[in-house]
Design a binder for this molecule. Structure first.
Ligand SMILES: NC(=O)c1ccc[n+]([C@@H]2O[C@H](COP(=O)([O-])OP(=O)(O)OC[C@H]3O[C@@H](n4cnc5c(N)ncnc54)[C@H](O)[C@@H]3O)[C@@H](O)[C@H]2O)c1
Length: 262
């Protein structure tokens, strides 16, 4: 991970405090890097302390203002405790990205209540939590931008994706509703929906279903999968004032995969 993309920076997030969940690796780490390169003070929360601390140390040594706090964002109390630490350091959160998530492929008959509660607490509920925490100050400021990382699975799916597709579809609904509720206060809420993006999460999917890898590669309209930084660039744009009239949208960043009929 590098912040070398700072050479392309337009400092679109200067003056912002950007909060990111699940920022220690993958798409979340790329969002942390890009937001810092765009001039933001960035706080990020993750359960992976080793990678989180290393990323924050590297970015700070390059002159950025970045804070890592260990927190399981699927639980409100630790999420709020980390949030309070971040606000004490960098001031009110002005732009937030709920990115932490994991895969879940399950049989709807054998799936247990405990599995459902634990999965949805992360992949859906933590996005409500980030909103619940950020909205009071955003309402006072009459300004804010919130992005949830959904997925191409929010709109279309493939066999065995229950309950992932349910949670990702839920995020699109949550963002649409907040867009209407908070829009009058100049607070925008949107989803960014990646297609296949080269991270550990995709690696684990192909480890589980190795026979699907060749097909997944073959259907890519741009003949490749995406890189985390290509998702991060869109997130930084939507978080910034450059996207001042984008609200309630689901931006698909999937190289055109959603355009394919079969
Ligand atoms: N990679 C893809 O192809 C792809 C496609 C569509 C959507 N997404 C979504 O993008 C987001 C990021 O995915 P990724 O591919 O970077 O995954 P990843 O597994 O590489 O990274 C996820 C990060 O979230 C953190 N995390 C997990 N549980 C957490 C918790 N309870 N509290 C705090 N942090 C936690 C992990 O430690 C990790 O740093 C997810 O919401 C995922 O569903 C990914």
């Amino acid at each position: 991970m590098s912040s070398s993309n700072s050479s392309n920076s337009s400092m679109a997030l200067k003056g912002h405090h950007v909060l990111v969940t699940g920022g220690s690796q993958g798409i979340g780490a790329a969002i942390v890097v890009d937001a810092a390169a765009e001039g933001a003070r960035v706080s990020f929360f993750d359960i992976d302390v080793e990678r989180g601390e290393a990323l924050a140390a590297k970015l700070n040594s390059e002159g950025n203002e970045v804070l890592f706090v260990k927190a399981d964002v699927s639980k409100f109390e630790p999420f709020k405790a980390a949030f309070d630490v971040a606000v004490a350091k960098f001031g009110p959160v002005t732009a937030a990205c709920s990115n932490a998530g994991r895969n879940s492929y399950a049989d709807p008959v054998t799936y247990t209540d405990e599995e459902w509660e634990s999965f949805f607490a992360l992949d859906l509920k933590s996005s409500w939590y980030i909103s619940k925490l950020c909205l009071p100050e955003m309402r006072k400021a009459k300004k804010g931008s919130i992005v949830f990382i959904s997925s191409i699975h929010g709109r279309m799916t493939a066999p065995n994706y229950f309950p992932y597709s349910a949670a990702k579809g839920g995020l699109i609904g949550l963002a649409r509703n907040l867009a209407l509720d908070e829009g009058p206060r100049n607070i925008r809420t949107n989803t960014v929906s990646p297609g296949y993006t080269l991270t550990a999460l995709v690696d684990s999917y192909f480890d589980l279903y190795p026979d699907r890898k060749a097909d997944a590669e073959a259907v890519q309209p741009m003949a490749r999968m995406g890189n985390p930084s290509e998702i991060a660039k869109v997130v930084s744009f939507v978080l910034s004032d450059n996207a001042s009239f984008i609200n309630g949208a689901d931006l698909m960043v999937d190289g055109g995969l959603h355009a394919r009929f079969a």
